[in-house]
Design a protein around this ligand. Structure first.
Ligand code: ZN
Length: 146
């Protein structure tokens, strides 16, 4: 499965179905299932953002962990309007001058599947793919947005 590393608290916000937009400075032609990996490095400046606090950021949530895959989503589309300074309807999580990766159907894992992250889109090892499949089996699909 393709994986994208995202820093906390954003990985948590995606996993818990709050954040259906991932802001990136690069585009991809890839569409489909995407695992969300929480990077080891935390975006400390964003922990106190009103958007994050209103979403109910909880550092004790198992999916607030770092260094593991916390959710599987579907990358439905990428909005490039903001890259050319245009307005779009991607909502409060969308940032200016970014590609807005539109995510849907977030499935939070019960516990993170620990693995080392990589830049860009990367593939799970067979061991991690197996652990992920196990974590997802029997999991109710949460109501994602977007
Ligand atoms: Zn947009």
């Amino acid at each position: 499965m393709q994986v994208l590393s995202v820093r906390q608290p954003w990985a948590w916000a995606i996993a818990r179905g709050h954040k259906a937009i991932e802001n990136r400075n690069w585009d991809t032609a890839y569409r489909g299932q995407l695992a969300v990996h929480a990077s080891l490095r935390v975006d400390l400046d964003s922990l106190e953002r009103p958007l994050v606090l209103r979403a109910g950021w909880d550092p004790a949530d198992p999916l607030a962990a770092t260094g593991g895959i916390v959710a599987v989503v579907s990358l439905a589309d990428i909005c490039d309007a903001a890259k050319s300074g245009k307005k779009c309807a991607c909502g409060p999580w969308a940032e200016p001058d970014s590609f807005h990766w539109r995510l849907s159907g977030a499935q939070a894992l019960p516990q993170p599947v620990m693995t080392v992250g990589q830049p860009g889109l990367w593939m799970t090892s067979p061991e991690v793919a197996a652990a992920l499949a196990q974590a997802l089996s029997g999991q109710p699909v949460s109501a994602g947005r977007g």
